[in-house]
Design a protein around this ligand. Structure first.
Ligand code: SF4
Ligand code: SF4
Ligand code: SF4
Length: 421
């Protein structure tokens, strides 16, 4: 048994609990993603451009509700869990109070628990399925398709006039990479123990020399982020650009650097970091760490499908215009609080949101210097005061990485460069 703080309870897992000193984690702000796919191509052009990797997209961005790579990966896993535990996939208890149970308690079954009642053969340690070759094709199928009428193809609500809090016609972009889970299903399923989680940063890797291509990991990962390579007959996955995270990449000057997909993000939706872990499996308190702040203090960023049970280390600020039922299923019971906080940010949250993509360096700590009042008025029906605070980011050794302000300065191009880039 291990403690899964996303679920607020102990959970079955085939290995003993072990936690890294620091854990690779990230926050994606869905509200800002424009589906430019720059992240997707940054990864592709770095790691998966070789023969046999044509179908591999370690980073991908899919349009919800219909898109998915592989097709319908999440609906299929949710359906398997529902079949294993009909009507029982529910949360109980209040979200928000106890730091060890920030989302309440999950009363249903995870992929590690659901397999006991499934019809899978005994050899399968985790509830899952193997996508077909066709499902790995067309990674961006249904791009920009909004919610349509059930059973009617291409029949969408027309006419515009959409208003918050929920749009009638809606879609959103879900950017995904491997979640470098605290309880990886891929690792649990591998009969050769070819998958391991690094003690220094929690990055999950497939040992290419040990893997024999049984694809148990592909079947088990509920996020479908391990992929089989036909010409080598072994499985591959996102490596979290570990030379950059370690600071051993030649470009990094020995300092931890964010991954390729993070650094390339045009929409500035991504922030990646290394969070401190306690040896009981919960995050160590680290009040001035931006990811700790977003996940545990402001609670605006939520795990993706926490009910799968792998304790994914990818967190998302949910989109504001999407029906809540859809978001509850995807991000759990913390959705109402997260959207409320994001829609009405306080002084600190507004400052921390400025840290996204100001630098390629991994931020370990932030500080805020208070600035003058620059706006007083109303925001979404409530009074608001905005201050021009300065937010300062620090690196691993405590050195200042950069500082930025709430009020972004306007730079006017000198006349001799008016027409140049
Ligand atoms: S997302 Fe999938 S591949 Fe990545 S660590 Fe979790 S279970 Fe393994
Ligand atoms: S972290 Fe690196 S390897 Fe993983 S998806 Fe992003 S770019 Fe690809
Ligand atoms: S680069 Fe950023 S904005 Fe563009 S698709 Fe990727 S996550 Fe979204």
């Amino acid at each position: 048994m291990v403690y899964n703080w996303h679920l607020g309870r102990q959970m079955n897992y085939p290995y003993e609990a072990a936690y890294p000193e620091r854990q690779f984690a990230f926050v994606f702000n869905i509200n800002r993603c424009i589906a430019c796919q720059t992240c997707t191509m940054a990864c592709k052009s770095t790691w998966t451009f070789n023969k046999g990797q044509e179908h591999m997209w370690w980073a991908n961005v899919e349009t919800k509700p219909y898109g998915g790579y592989p097709h319908h990966w999440d609906m299929k896993t949710l359906q398997l869990l529902e079949e294993a535990n009909p009507g029982g996939q529910v949360w109980k208890g209040p979200a928000g109070g106890d730091p060890e149970k920030p989302y309440g308690e999950f009363a249903g079954k995870t992929v590690f628990e659901g397999r006991d009642t499934s019809l899978k053969p005994d050899s399968s340690r985790v509830l899952g399925y193997l996508p077909t070759d066709e499902e790995w094709n067309s990674p961006n199928l249904y791009e920009d398709n909004p919610l349509g009428k059930r059973g009617q193809r291409d029949n969408y609500k027309m006419g515009g006039g959409e208003r918050l809090p929920v749009h009638n016609s809606w879609f959103f972009y879900l950017a995904r990479i491997c979640n470098h889970c605290s309880y990886p299903a891929c690792l649990a399923a591998c009969p050769r123990q070819a998958i391991y989680k690094r003690p220094e940063d929690g990055i999950v890797l497939v040992d290419q020399a040990e893997c024999r291509g049984y694809r148990k990991c592909v079947e088990a990962c509920p996020y479908k982020k391990v992929m089989y390579r036909g010409n080598t007959r072994i499985s591959e996955k996102c490596i979290a650009c570990y030379p950059r995270v370690e600071g051993t990449d030649p470009e990094s000057d020995g300092e931890p650097m964010e991954t390729r997909c993070m650094a390339a993000c045009i929409g500035q939706i991504r922030m990646q970091g290394l969070v401190k872990m306690n040896q009981d499996g919960v995050w160590a308190e680290d009040r001035q760490h931006p990811l700790y702040y977003l996940v545990h203090v402001a609670k605006v960023a939520l795990p993706l499908y926490p009910q799968f049970g792998t304790e994914p280390n990818g967190y998302y600020i949910p989109p504001r215009w999407v029906p809540k039922q859809h978001l509850y299923q995807m991000f759990g019971p913390g959705v109402d609080h997260a959207i409320e906080r994001y829609a009405h940010p306080d002084r600190e949250l507004l400052a921390v949101l400025q840290l996204f993509r100001r630098s390629n360096r991994i931020i370990f700590r932030y500080e805020i210097e208070e600035g003058p009042r620059i706006y007083e008025g109303e925001l979404r029906g409530r009074p608001v005061t905005i201050y021009n605070d300065t937010i300062i980011a620090f690196g691993k050794k405590g050195q200042e990485l950069f500082r930025t302000t709430i009020d972004e300065p306007v730079h006017v191009r000198p006349p001799e460069r008016l027409n140049s880039i």
